[in-house]
Ligand binder design. Structure first.
Ligand code: AR6
Length: 180
């Protein structure tokens, strides 16, 4: 029988090269691009993604921390890019855990609403925004697991690690929802 944990995959790689219905971008509130994975997705996907983001900005003025918006994926293999805005780490004093969990659950909700079977995530907030990678890994796995228990997203959720440290912490045995 297929279990929830068998549907969560942890891999090392570049998210712009992943085959999934939706890939998630770690954006900022402006939605108009930046460095890190945001820069990589816009570079690889081309101007269509930025144009779609501009339309969202015109309509609703960007995206709040913890929320998510969906656009087409331009030249990428994915059907959609889901842009979510992670919290900047502030020593845990600013509800960063809850905000990060909201990024994962709101992104999966949008994916499910748009008929996606599979979704790929980068380590939201764990780069320029400095969220501790081990803490973020636990929140990501728990939130994804809880979502899959109660919602309809039939395919795989892929956690894409760009570096060895991210891969190591996601595979930590101390992680209750570890996929091993
Ligand atoms: N594929 C997968 N993961 C990647 C890739 C890639 N191509 N490139 C980087 N990562 P970051 P944040 C990893 O800094 O911390 C932008 O300027 C990276 O190693 O991209 O949420 C936005 O516009 C790290 O583990 O996002 C915002 O201003 C993770 O992706 C700000 O950065 C996230 O790192 C958001 O900061």
């Amino acid at each position: 029988m297929e279990t929830i944990t068998s549907r969560i995959r942890i891999i090392k790689g570049d998210i712009t090269k992943i085959q999934a219905d939706a890939i998630v971008n770690a954006a900022n509130t402006s939605l108009l691009g930046g460095g890190g994975v945001d820069g990589a997705i816009h570079r690889a996907g081309g101007t269509e993604i930025l144009e779609a983001c501009r339309k969202i900005v015109a309509r609703q003025g960007g995206c709040k921390v913890g929320e998510a918006v969906i656009t087409s994926a331009g030249k990428l293999d994915a059907k959609f890019v889901i842009h979510t805005v992670g919290p900047v780490w502030n020593n845990g004093n600013n509800n960063e855990d809850e905000k990060l969990a909201n990024c994962y659950s709101n992104s999966m909700k949008l994916a499910a609403e748009n008929g996606c079977h599979s979704i790929a995530f980068p380590g939201i907030s764990t780069g320029i925004y400095k969220f501790p990678k081990d803490r973020a890994a636990g929140i990501a796995i728990k939130t994804i697991y809880d979502f899959l228990k109660t919602h309809d997203l039939p395919g795989q959720v892929i956690l894409v690690c760009f570096d060895d440290e991210s891969l190591r912490v996601l595979n930590e045995p101390s992680n209750t929802y570890n996929t091993h």
